[in-house]
Design a protein around this ligand. Structure first.
Ligand code: ADP
Length: 469
């Protein structure tokens, strides 16, 4: 069972269930129709006899005895005549009616088992069962009570098998027709199961192709639909999309890192070669070593920040979120960072109290520290930095303003990319990862980060968060 296809499994279960249902229904219908048939036979017996009771009369004299057109039967009886009306039913629906005298003498009509029921007593208005050669018969007697008919009985007889011929032919027909219908239903079920499961084959093919060609660009293509399998295919496609993005971003990151490290490594190698090529003056050695130290420092910063970034990106999903007092957090970071006083820049902050958000303290501190560090790094000597936290309608705005070098409009979007640095800042202490981290942290908080800047005048970075309800 484990090795057969889902299509075959579904068809097998469906077929077994169908056969059981059909067989059960067949047995139930057969037994119900059998008992209904027996009741119908008995009712027909009673109806026929009750009807015939009024069709027998006693006449003293018969005037129209010789009348040729008269279909009634006349039997001499007790000095007069018994008139059996032409409406009298001799044999109808298998019911035979016979007219008897009390002593059992048959006077008129039919009784197929007359010989076998000679001794069967007459019982008025009740059905009796008699078995003759293994066949059961129903007998129904009525005593005639009209004047002159005293001592006469009508006896109706009918076989239990009456009408069973039709039932047997229906059963016989069903035995041929039902298996054909079941076979057609099974075939239909097999075809429909195949069609319904077709998307699964496509999903399987696409997954196999992706795994074989290592091509995450491939997607499962199905005709439009909204059933479970289409939803599954869409979920897979979304998963491929995300995997593709993740791999692409890993690949880009690896290439960015090697690109960033290549320059300092080349400079270090060049300086070493230069120093070892020939005997140099002590000033030349000093200069070479200072260049090597600077490039080494840059490499170490890049590696350090890169590891921070990777750790943050990988762990982002595992960071918890709690309701926290952002006002306290911002004030505390600002108090610490105001002490830096780099380039004689003065830092102030204006914080609206009791602003609560749902977020992660460590990440929000990292975000604010990065923005303030940049404001110092790209600020102007004796300049100003202002940090502001306030409510604005349904939002919270956290801004870091500086009056430093500013950013050209065409660079403003790109500075959030990994390792992106505006050309003029390339030789500074940055690594180009700070704002990429800021952007990831803003996303983690379902927030948005905006920049407004003018070259030579300064920049404002604003984090926009939704107010915690
Ligand atoms: P870096 O480590 O180089 O600072 P970031 O990702 O933090 O990397 O910033 C990317 C680039 O954006 C910087 O190299 C700088 O050119 C520019 N930048 C960031 N903040 C500011 C600012 N406050 N003023 C001017 N330029 C900025």
């Amino acid at each position: 069972m484990k090795n057969i296809s889902i299509r075959l499994k579904i068809t097998l279960w469906f077929s077994v269930a169908l056969v059981l249902i059909v067989a059960l229904s067949f047995v139930v219908i057969l037994s119900v129709s059998g008992s209904v048939l027996q009741k119908t036979i008995r009712d027909s017996l009673i109806d026929t006899i009750e009807n015939n009771v009024d069709e027998v009369e006693f006449l003293d004299v018969v005037d129209y005895f010789e009348n040729d057109n008269d279909d009634d039967h006349y039997i001499s009886f007790n000095g007069g005549y018994l008139e059996v009306d032409d409406d009298y039913l001799d044999l109808v629906n298998g019911v035979a009616t016979a007219l008897y005298m009390q002593n059992g003498t048959l006077m008129y009509g039919e009784n197929p088992i007359a010989k076998n029921t000679v001794g069967t007593p007459f019982v008025d208005g009740e059905i009796q069962r008699v078995s003759v050669s293994g066949v059961t018969y129903y007998i129904y007697d009525r005593q005639l009570t009209l004047d002159g008919l005293e001592g006469l009985w009508l006896r109706g007889t009918v076989s239990e098998k009456q009408g069973s011929a039709q039932l047997s032919s229906i059963v016989g027909l069903s035995l041929y027709v039902l298996p054909v219908l079941v076979a057609l239903a099974v075939l239909g079920g097999y075809i429909i199961a195949g069609r319904t499961l077709k998307p699964i084959r496509k999903i399987e093919e696409a997954a196999a192709q992706i795994s074989h060609d290592k091509n995450l660009k491939k997607r499962i293509e199905l005709a439009p639909g909204t059933d479970e399998l289409h939803n599954l295919a869409n979920t897979f496609n979304e998963m491929f999309e995300r995997l593709d993005e993740a791999f692409e971003s890993e690949r880009r990151f690896a290439s960015d890192v090697s690109h960033e490290l290549r320059t300092p490594v080349s400079v270090i190698m060049a300086q070493c070669e230069y120093s070892l090529e020939a005997t140099r003056t002590s000033e030349e050695y000093e200069s070479a070593l200072s260049i090597i130290q600077k490039q080494g420092g840059k490499m170490s910063r890049i590696i350090g920040t890169m590891l921070d970034f990777i750790r943050l990106e990988r762990k982002l999903d595992s960071y918890s979120k709690d309701t926290l007092d952002l006002s306290l957090l911002v004030s505390s970071v600002c108090e610490d960072m105001a002490l830096l006083c780099e380039q004689n820049i003065k830092m102030t902050f204006e914080v609206e109290p009791d602003i609560m958000v749902i977020g992660n303290t460590e990440l929000l501190m990292r975000l604010l520290t990065n923005l303030i560090s940049n404001a110092y790094r790209y600020g102007r000597e004796n300049g100003n930095i202002k940090v502001e936290l306030k409510r604005a309608e349904q939002e919270i705005h956290l801004s870091v303003m500086d009056d430093g070098i500013g950013i050209a409009p065409d660079q403003q979007k790109r500075i959030f990319g990994r390792f992106y640095q505006v050309e003029s800042s390339r030789n500074g202490k940055g690594t180009g990862l700070g704002l990429a981290m800021v952007s990831e942290i803003a996303h983690f908080h379902q927030g948005e980060i905006k920049v407004e800047s003018e070259l030579g005048k300064g920049s404002v970075f604003t984090l926009i968060l939704k107010i915690a309800k």
